[in-house]
Design a protein around this ligand. Structure first.
Ligand code: C2E
Ligand code: MG
Ligand code: MG
Length: 598
């Protein structure tokens, strides 16, 4: 014993406690406790009761303070206290326990079992491959009796059958049937174990994706789903062979694999990723695939304990997606890039609340000024979002995100409602202004978009000339003819439509003949260069000439200097919008600005 009174007795006790904790953890991991009965276990207990000719048989699991029966014959309860339960002794000793007569046993004479009429008990341990005893396969009788060695061996066989069943059920759902590799659930579980055993240590996850979604769906179309299955299988085997059998590889999705490595030299890990990638590329099935298969491998650090398993998988996948964009197809996780995606995700999730809040969204107005007269007949309404925690978020960041989601509909509806209310207020004050609104491509997918817009304007008692809509070239072209019908409806009713960001859409100029629009807004990337670049001048000059020849009204966006303004005036541009005249302003500031202009 040392000076603190710590002796071998106490050390032994602590070891025992540690072992019991590990045993309970193993038991909980199997998710068996408090689950409904299952025929696969009941079959074995029935057989045991019949074979031994005893009224009671059970598969009994030893929890912290109770015996819980996964399966039982001849007992009514689901559980009994662990204290003085014979099965508890099986768990403690990890050995067969036989009590020929409970009433003769000093330990069990006064136990609950004995008091309920049980005389005989035999239990064989239910042992995992790691050596933890979960409980017992037991048979009980109301009379004292003996049990032969042969019978004990049979009871042990039955316990082994129960364990095989438990382990099979556990493996089921943890092995990917295509590759035979452990799957995502197993990855999550193993990572949790690692968290427990090596908290705070550094590991890296290598996430391998043989094809991206677009390539996968292309292959599916060309070759059918069986081909993808085969690719998943072959690539998994190829990777495992390259890694060596000792390295655990997980199959976490179609053609997606992940494995964990130790180490801290990122450039070495990157070399390893390149080596694996090379090995994949040299597989016959990949070399001979009917579409170009480009595997990508991302390397992501995880500090065990800092993040949950699901998040580790997410960062590793994110690293892999980024790696896909690189020439080498392999890359190390970038915090900055990931932070951007997280922010995007946050913006997307928070936007609905913004729509419902009263103070997060607002419209600002940027004047459009007529060249020649220098009169301002209207403004473009631009959306602003003040996020309660992130502050001002630019529409350049959030609009493209929202546009790909169903939220694009309520977003535009909000803009239309707010702008129409504002324009109505101005008209009521005698300011006959025209406000142009930005509309997303997907809004044209809403079958009643045009009708609703016209109805709203009519309800407000505004003339159609009070509202204009802007659509980008890309928007017009991504939607096809059906969407154009909406525009035809609007145009037929007399509403003016503008092609926004003109010149940036890479689309054919031929469409200008057909499109139901009257206004072209030349993108500010062309206008910006007018002061200095002769190329921009040539481009803008030709755009203006062509647009005018086709009868368009032309607006130049992003006019920042007096010189640009004068140059555009000389070319005959109709209207300009830009910082040279005014930045986008709140409605009241715009109205004040207008008053000073007049
Ligand atoms: P846009 O429709 O082309 O709007 C013009 C953008 O150019 C505005 O950016 C405006 O502030 C900026 N701008 C105007 N004059 C100048 C200038 O002289 N110099 C420079 N550097 N920039 C100038 P903003 O407000 O950040 O909006 C960006 C884009 O977001 C808009 O481009 C539009 O595509 C989109 N957006 C804004 N509000 C809405 C909306 O309510 N609905 C939809 N669907 N999109 C919107
Ligand atoms: Mg616009
Ligand atoms: Mg624009």
């Amino acid at each position: 014993m040392d000076e603190h009174g710590y002796g071998p007795e106490q050390a032994h006790q602590e070891r025992e406690q540690g072992r019991e904790q590990a045993r309970l953890y193993a038991l909980r991991q199997l998710n068996l406790l408090d689950t409904p009965p299952s025929e696969s276990f009941d079959r074995i207990t029935r057989m045991a009761s019949k074979f031994f000719g005893m009224p009671i048989a059970a598969v009994s699991l030893t929890d912290a303070d109770r015996q819980w029966f996964k399966s039982r014959v001849g007992v009514e309860h689901w559980q009994i206290p662990r204290f003085q339960a014979c099965c508890g002794e099986v768990a403690d000793s990890s050995d067969v326990v036989i009590v020929p007569d409970l009433l003769e046993s000093p330990t069990y004479r006064d136990s609950l079992l004995a008091r309920s009429g049980i005389r005989f008990y035999a239990g064989a341990p239910l042992q995992t491959q790691e050596g933890y005893t979960l409980g017992a396969m037991c048979v009980l009788d109301t009379q004292p009796r003996d049990i032969s060695e042969e019978e004990v061996a049979i009871l042990q066989d039955m316990a082994a059958m129960v364990m095989a069943q438990i382990e099979m059920q556990h493996a089921f759902g943890r092995i990917d049937p295509l590759t035979g590799l452990p799957n995502r659930s197993q990855f999550v579980e193993d990572l949790d174990d690692l968290l427990r055993d090596a908290p705070g240590q550094q590991r890296y996850a290598l996430f391998t994706e043989v094809l991206d979604i677009a390539q996968a769906s292309m292959l599916n179309r060309v070759m059918g789903p069986a081909y993808l299955d085969e690719l998943t299988h072959v690539a998994g085997r190829g990777l495992q062979e390259t890694l060596g059998i000792a390295q655990r590889l997980y199959s976490v999705g179609p053609c997606q694999y992940v494995h964990l490595v130790e180490g801290n030299d990122e450039s070495e890990l990157l070399d390893e990723a390149l080596r694996l990638r090379q090995a994949l590329m040299s597989l016959d099935l990949i070399r001979e695939a009917p579409v170009l298969v480009r595997p990508a491998i991302g390397v992501a650090p995880l500090s065990l304990g800092a993040e949950g398993a699901a998040d580790s998988l997410r960062t590793a996948h994110s690293a892999c997606q980024d790696a896909r964009q690189t020439e080498s197809g392999a890359g190390v996780y970038s915090h900055a890039l990931d932070a951007r995606y997280r922010r995007h995700f946050r913006l997307l999730s928070d936007f609905r609340e913004a729509l419902e809040s009263r103070d997060q969204l607002r419209l600002v107005y940027q004047p459009r000024v007529e060249l020649g007269s220098r009169a301002c007949r209207g403004a473009e309404a631009l959306l602003r979002w003040r996020h309660p925690e992130l502050g001002e978020v630019s529409p350049v960041e959030f609009i493209p995100l929202i546009e790909n989601t169903p939220l694009a509909t309520p977003l535009t509806a909000w803009v239309l409602r707010t702008a129409i209310d504002q324009v109505k207020a101005w008209h009521d004050q005698g300011l006959a202004l025209c406000v142009s609104l930005n509309v997303s491509a997907c809004n044209l997918d809403e079958a009643d978009f045009a009708q609703r817009l016209l109805a709203r304007i009519a309800e407000a008692g505004l003339p159609l000339a009070a509202i204009e809509i802007e659509l980008t070239e890309t928007a017009l072209f991504s939607q096809g003819r059906a969407a154009w019908q909406q525009l035809d409806t609007l145009e037929a009713a007399g509403m003016r439509i503008a092609i926004d960001d003109f010149g940036t859409g890479y689309s054919s100029l031929a469409y200008l003949q057909d499109i139901p629009a009257k206004i072209v807004k030349i993108d500010r990337t062309f206008i910006r260069g007018l002061d200095v670049e002769s190329r921009s001048r040539t481009l803008v000059k030709s755009m203006l000439r062509m647009a005018h020849d086709l009868g368009y009204h032309v607006v130049a966006e992003g006019v920042e200097t007096k010189r640009t303004c004068e140059y555009l005036e000389a070319l005959g541009c109709n209207e300009v919008q830009g910082y040279w005249f005014a930045r986008p302003m709140e409605a009241a500031a715009f109205q004040k600005w207008l008053g000073e202009l007049r």
